[in-house]
Ligand binder design. Structure first.
Ligand SMILES: Cc1cc2nc3c(=O)[nH]c(=O)nc-3n(C[C@H](O)[C@H](O)[C@H](O)COP(=O)(O)O)c2cc1C
Length: 173
């Protein structure tokens, strides 16, 4: 079960050489995480294993980013995304995540693998934080059932205006 955590304004910044690694099954249940994951998430290995990856979900994250994430990886592709995560003490940490499907020898997806590194402050401040605020505010205007259509349309419009796909956008900021 997801513990009740109240977010604080305390940020923990990743170091240049940090890699935060986790693996999940096909439903996003954590099956592995490395020491740096444990350090940032501030849960023990035992508390993390078997939990849904949303255990570190931060309420500032727009739901549409996770929809995009799941749609992309479940269809067999990798995704790169900026994610604000929340530790067990309510503190937060930004990551730049790469998530890829893991295949078995028959070619079926058996889980997912994620490696996160330190995001550039400039990109967070000038692009990602304002974008996520805008998407979240759009979602908050609607009941849950309509939120992702609304923020999805907004995200598509923003990308269309820039003339790029999500992937191009994220890799060229
Ligand atoms: C390999 C992998 C890594 C993930 N990493 C994160 C993460 O670091 N933070 C996060 O909030 N969600 C992460 N997710 C997405 C969560 O599974 C979940 O969709 C998200 O937290 C939103 O929660 P919800 O689906 O319950 O709304 C990851 C999923 C996978 C498959």
């Amino acid at each position: 079960m997801r513990p009740k955590v109240t977010p604080t304004n305390v940020e923990k910044v990743m170091r240049e050489d940090d890699f935060i690694v986790s693996k999940t099954d096909t439903r996003g249940i954590i099956t592995y995480c490395n020491e740096i994951f444990i350090e940032f998430a501030k849960y023990s290995n035992l508390e993390l294993l078997g939990q849904n990856h949303n255990i570190i979900r931060h309420p500032d994250m727009p739901r549409i980013i996770f929809k995009l994430l799941w749609d992309t990886i479940a269809s067999g592709n990798e995704i790169n995304a900026y994610v604000k995560n929340m530790a067990s003490d309510g503190s937060f940490y930004w990551v730049f995540a790469n998530i890829t499907p893991v295949y078995n020898e028959k070619g079926s997806i058996v889980g997912y693998y994620s490696v996160r590194r330190k995001p550039e402050r400039r990109i967070l401040d000038s692009v990602i934080i304002p974008l996520y605020k805008q998407l979240l505010a759009e979602e908050k205007k609607y009941p849950t059932s309509q939120q992702m259509t609304a923020s999805g349309n907004m995200l598509n419009e923003i990308l269309k205006e820039k003339g790029v796909s999500y992937e191009e956008f994220i890799l060229t900021i």
